[in-house]
Design a protein around this ligand. Sequence first.
Ligand SMILES: Cc1ncc(C[n+]2csc(CCOP(=O)(O)OP(=O)(O)O)c2C)c(N)n1
Length: 276
Amino acid sequence: MPLTQERTAELNGLCRKFRVDVLKAIHGIQSGHPGGSLSVCEILTLLYQEIMNIDAEKADDPDRDRLVLCKGHAAPMLYRNLIEKGFLPADSMSTLRRIDSILQGHPSNHTPGVEMPSGPLGIGLSAAQGMAIGLKLNNSPARVYAVMGDGELDEGAVWEAAMSAPKFKLDNLTAIVDYNKVQLDGTTEEIMPIRDIEGKWRAFGWNVIRCDGHDLSALYDAFEAARNYTEGPSVIIADTLKGKGVSFMEGKAAWHGKPVSDEDLAKALAELGGEN
Ligand SMILES: Cc1ncc(C[n+]2csc(CCOP(=O)(O)OP(=O)(O)O)c2C)c(N)n1
């Protein structure tokens, strides 16, 4: 069943609200990563608010779905989603990156709902693969999602995991590449050209699905296609825009990790639909 128009509109509304809250939190502490948090918004929101089988009341359910945010610097968007699902207190966004806060700059396993600490790029897919193997050994129906950045694909360890997941026929594992074509201080083309991104994953034995990573219904169909593929792991190459939703941040490496000033916040909120 495709996503209904009504539900798509609700989820788009949540995405707008989450973008506002994430920018406010980054502005509040004057540090963090706006660009990659905004580009992964629809991917994380659709997974957490619609697709994944998770419940804060049964946080230890062995059959819960798991998500590894391999690009850990986008933690604010993860936290905002976990708040919405009831894993974290509603007012916790304002504690982002503060000493003793449960919301650190990168995901920590002290934070309810976080399945895997991350920050160092390149390790998340291996962790997700381990979870997927364990779940299969236990005959669990749970699925594992690994959300990566395209700059992260520069890391060799990604390709070790990419090579072994098809060997273990991990049809319960879906990798998503937030393909925004920008990394920390330049474009992916400048820093380390990925060239044929689809062909590379295919050559490693993955089922490759390509879609617009800001179009919720296209993303939903991509996740359905991944669920229906039973020969092995799937990867969704989601075309996105770094800084999506805020015109002066879009496509700009400068907004990878940059504090949001008072003026920036005011302009961004005006574009995103004003106050929350
Ligand atoms: C092993 C490792 N090397 C370097 C960094 C520093 N770093 C943080 S984010 C980033 C760029 C990541 O680019 P991408 O994966 O495309 O993220 P996105 O554009 O989606 O934010 C780098 C180099 C890191 N976190 N880990």
